[in-house]
Design a protein. Structure first.
Lengths: 343, 342
C-alpha cells in the first residue's frame, strides 16, 4: 500500500513540475508587435477627455441591450431604459472587461472593489494594479459586495442570476451590460458606461484613442496579396467562430479567423482531420499548455501548412480573453506573432 | 459453438466490419472508397503501387486508431460488465460498481488540471490507470479482514469510494472553471470522448484488453460455478478467493484501460451483458466474449453517429447513455419478475 501511495506522490509531484514547465515554455516566446506594447497599454489604461459641464441627475438612459444566446447561437437585442438617481461614487464592476474600461475612464477613487478575475493576470490586463489596490471579492460573494455599500454595480449578461437577484433584494442599483465580443460592441459599451457614471468625455476620449491606435496599427501591418488565415485551437480541440472576440482581433489585423470562415458561430470542437482540411497558415494555442509540441508531433497534422512551416504559436490567455479596450493590445500582440516572419 | 451462436458471432463481426469500413471511409476529408482500400492494402503489404500520402496518413494514423480504440474500449467494457454482474450476482452491477471508473476519472481530471495531459498523450491514460489500481487496492483493503474478502463489503466500499472520488472530481472541476479551456477539456473527458485518438491510445488499450480477456476466460468456468453460490462452487473444487480476486482484478484492468483512453462511457457495460445473456445464455465462457463484441458494436456506431450524423460536439458517452438508459428501462420492465429471484 505504502509503495503505491509513494508512486502516486511521485506522479503528482511530476504533474506540478510539468505544469510549471509548460507555463514557462509558453511565456518564453518573443514577439515583435507593430506598436510598442508597454506604451499602448499605458495609453489605454488612462484617458482624460475635455471637461464639460456636469449633466443633470437623475438621468434616464435609453440603450439597446444586445446579448449572445449560446443555446441558439444567435444575437438577441431589445430596447431598454435605465434610470439613475445620482452620479455614482461607489462603483463595483462584476467582470474583467468592465473593470478594465472603468479603470481607464473613471476616477479610480470611485471604484470600490474588484472581482477575483480582475486580479488574475491570466484574465486581466490590470491584475497587478487591482491586487495593489483591492479589495477583491469572489464572483459569488454577494454579501461582501453588498457590504461595500456600492451605489452602482455593473453586472454583465452572463453574471449569475442569483447575484443579480440578491443585489435587487438589497436595493443596490445595478446595470446589466450586454455583448462585448467585438471592438465595435466594446466601443458602444464604453460610451454607455460613460453616460451612466457621468464621465462621457473620458469615454469618448477612450473610443477616439481606440480608433486612432487601430488606424496606427493597421498602417504598420505588412501589405499582403491574401490575408493570413489564423486558427485558434484550444486544449479540448475547440475553435472560436464568428461571435468570438478572436474574430474581431483577426479583423483588426487584417487576418482571417479560420473558425469563422468555416461557419463556426460561437465555439465548436474539431478533430485533426478537419484541422488539416481547413489548413490554416498559422495556429494559435493557449500558453499554459504543451499543445504546440502535441500538434507538431501529430502524424495526421504533419501535412498541415502551419505545422510544416512551424507556424504554431503560444499566446497567453489574457490576450485571447480580452473584451475591453485592451483587445487592441491583443491585436498588436497577435500581429507581432503572425507577421514577424513575413516582414 | 452452436449454430445459433455461430450466426450471432458472424452477425456481430459483420456489424463491426461494416462499422470499421464506414469509420475508415467517412470523415471531413473526402477520400474515395477505392483509395481507402488501396491505402489499407498498401499498409498491409498487399499493394505496391503509389498512394496519396496525405490520405494515407488520415486513414492510417487518424481514422483507423480511432476505430480500433472504439472497438477495444467497447470490448473491454462489455467483458468487465459481464464479470461484475456475475460476481455480484446483481443485474445492476457494471464496470463502475467498484469505484474503478471514478478513481480513473479522478486521476485523469488531475492530469488535465495540472497541465500534464497537454504535454504528453500518455500522461492522461497513465494517470487514469494508476488511480484505478489505487482504487482497486483501497476497495480490497477495506473489504478484506483476516484474509477473507466480503463480497457485500466490496460492493459497499465501491459505492463509498465512488462518492468520495466523485466529490473530489467535482472539486477539481470547480477549481478548473477559472480556466475555461481546462474546464471544457475535463467535462469533455467525463462525457467519453474518442476525438483525435492515435496509435498511442491503441497501444495502451490493446495490452489491457488482451491480458484481461485471457485472465477472465481463464476464470470463466469458475465464475459460472460461483454464480451457483460460494458453497457449491467450493464443493466443486473452485478456489473461491483466487477466482474472485482474479476476476475482479482482470475486470478492473479492463475498465481502467478502457476509461484511460476514452473517458467515462456509461451503460454499455451494463446493457450489453443483459442482451447477450438472453441470446447466448448464462455461460460466462461465451457471455464475456459475446458481450464484449456487442459493446464494441455499440461504441463503434455511437462514435460514427457522433462523427457523421450529428455535430462533432456530441460525445460518445452521451449517445451510449441516451440509448442505453431507455433500453435498460425496457429490459427492467420486461424482466422484473426474473430480477426478483436473482
Amino acid at each position: 500500500m505504502r509503495k503505491y501511495l509513494m508512486i502516486a506522490g511521485i506522479f503528482l509531484a511530476y504533474c506540478a513540475n510539468a505544469a510549471s514547465a509548460s507555463s514557462e515554455a509558453g511565456n518564453s516566446q518573443k514577439t515583435v508587435p507593430p506598436l510598442d506594447m508597454e506604451k499602448l497599454k499605458t495609453e489605454l489604461s488612462f484617458v482624460s477627455g475635455k471637461k464639460k459641464a456636469e449633466g443633470a441627475w437623475p438621468r434616464k438612459i435609453r440603450y439597446t441591450f444586445k446579448v449572445y444566446d449560446f443555446k441558439t447561437d444567435a444575437f438577441q437585442q431589445e430596447a431598454k431604459s435605465f434610470v439613475i438617481k445620482k452620479k455614482p461614487l461607489r462603483i463595483i464592476p462584476h467582470a474583467v472587461g468592465v473593470a478594465e474600461i472603468l479603470w481607464a475612464i473613471c476616477p479610480r477613487d470611485r471604484l470600490v472593489a474588484f472581482n477575483e478575475y480582475s486580479a488574475d493576470p491570466d484574465s486581466s490586463f490590470i491584475a497587478d494594479k487591482v491586487r495593489e489596490r483591492g479589495p477583491i471579492f469572489k464572483s459569488k460573494q454577494t454579501e461582501l459586495v453588498i457590504g461595500y455599500q456600492p451605489d452602482l454595480v455593473f453586472t454583465v449578461f452572463y453574471s449569475s442570476a442569483d447575484f443579480k437577484e440578491k443585489l435587487k433584494q438589497a436595493k443596490i442599483p445595478s446595470f446589466d451590460l450586454g455583448y462585448f465580443g467585438t471592438i465595435e460592441s466594446i466601443k458602444e459599451q464604453i460610451l454607455l458606461m460613460g453616460v451612466i457614471i457621468g464621465e462621457e468625455s473620458n469615454a469618448q476620449a477612450l473610443v477616439k484613442l481606440i480608433d486612432t491606435k487601430t488606424r496606427e496599427l493597421k498602417a504598420r501591418l505588412p501589405r499582403r496579396e491574401r490575408p493570413v488565415r489564423v486558427l485558434y485551437y484550444d486544449e479540448g480541440g475547440y475553435v472560436p467562430g464568428t461571435s468570438s472576440n478572436f474574430t474581431s482581433i483577426c479583423k483588426i489585423i487584417g487576418a482571417v479567423n479560420v473558425g469563422a470562415e468555416q461557419g463556426i458561430k460561437s465555439w465548436s470542437q474539431i478533430d485533426y482531420e478537419t484541422l488539416l482540411k481547413w489548413n490554416p497558415d498559422v495556429i494559435i494555442v493557449p500558453a499554459r499548455s504543451k499543445l504546440k509540441e502535441q500538434l507538431m508531433s501529430n502524424r495526421v497534422l504533419s501535412h498541415a501548412r502551419a505545422i510544416k512551416n512551424g507556424s504554431v504559436y503560444y499566446v497567453p490567455g489574457v490576450y485571447l480573453r480580452a473584451d475591453s479596450q485592451y483587445m487592441l493590445l491583443s491585436a498588436d500582440f497577435i500581429a507581432g506573432i503572425i507577421y514577424r516572419q513575413r516582414r | 459453438m452452436s449454430k445459433k451462436d455461430f450466426y450471432l458471432f458472424s452477425a456481430l463481426i459483420a456489424l463491426i466490419g461494416a462499422g470499421g469500413f464506414l469509420s475508415l471511409t467517412s470523415g471531413s476529408w473526402p477520400i474515395s472508397i477505392s483509395n481507402v482500400l488501396l491505402i489499407i492494402s498498401s499498409k498491409l503489404g498487399l499493394y505496391a503501387g503509389a498512394i496519396n500520402d496525405v490520405e494515407a496518413t488520415i486513414v492510417w494514423d487518424g481514422r483507423l486508431p480511432r476505430f480500433l480504440v472504439a472497438l477495444l474500449v467497447g470490448f473491454s467494457l462489455g467483458g468487465a460488465g459481464t464479470i461484475m454482474q456475475g460476481i455480484f450476482k446483481n443485474p445492476m452491477a457494471s464496470p463502475g460498481v467498484m469505484g474503478i471508473d471514478s478513481g480513473a476519472a479522478l486521476g485523469a481530471v488531475l492530469a488535465i488540471y495540472s497541465g500534464l495531459a497537454s504535454g504528453s498523450l500518455l500522461a492522461l491514460p497513465i494517470a487514469a490507470i494508476i488511480f484505478s489500481i489505487i482504487t482497486l487496492i483501497m476497495v480490497f483493503a477495506i473489504a478484506t479482514s483476516r484474509g477473507r474478502t466480503s463480497i457485500s463489503t466490496l460492493l459497499l466500499a465501491g459505492i463509498a469510494l465512488n462518492l468520495v472520488f466523485g466529490a473530489l472530481t467535482s472539486f477539481v472541476i470547480t477549481l478548473s472553471t477559472r480556466e475555461f479551456d481546462v474546464g471544457r477539456v475535463i467535462v469533455n473527458w467525463l462525457m467519453g470522448d474518442l476525438n483525435n485518438r492515435s496509435w498511442e491510445h491503441v497501444n495502451i488499450v490493446i495490452p489491457t484488453t488482451i491480458i484481461a480477456l485471457l485472465g477472465t476466460l481463464f476464470f470463466a468456468r469458475d465464475l459460472n460455478l460461483l454464480m451457483l453460490g460460494e458453497e457449491t462452487a467450493a464443493n466443486l473444487g473452485v478456489n473461491i478467493k483466487r477466482a474472485r480476486n482474479g476476476l475482479l482484478l482482470f475486470s478492473s484492468i479492463e475498465t481502467g484501460g478502457a476509461i484511460a483512453v476514452s473517458g467515462v462511457i456509461g451503460f454499455v457495460g451494463l446493457v450489453a451483458p443483459h442482451i447477450m445473456r438472453s441470446l447466448v445464455g448464462p455461460d460466462n465462457r461465451k457471455l464475456i466474449f459475446f458481450s464484449g463484441l456487442l459493446a464494441a458494436v455499440f461504441i463503434v456506431y455511437a462514435d460514427l453517429f457522433v462523427r457523421l450524423i450529428i455535430a462533432v460536439d456530441l460525445k460518445v458517452g452521451i449517445i451510449t447513455s441516451m440509448l442505453g438508459g431507455p433500453f435498460f428501462l425496457y429490459l427492467i420492465i420486461k424482466h422484473r419478475k426474473q430480477f426478483e429471484y436473482m
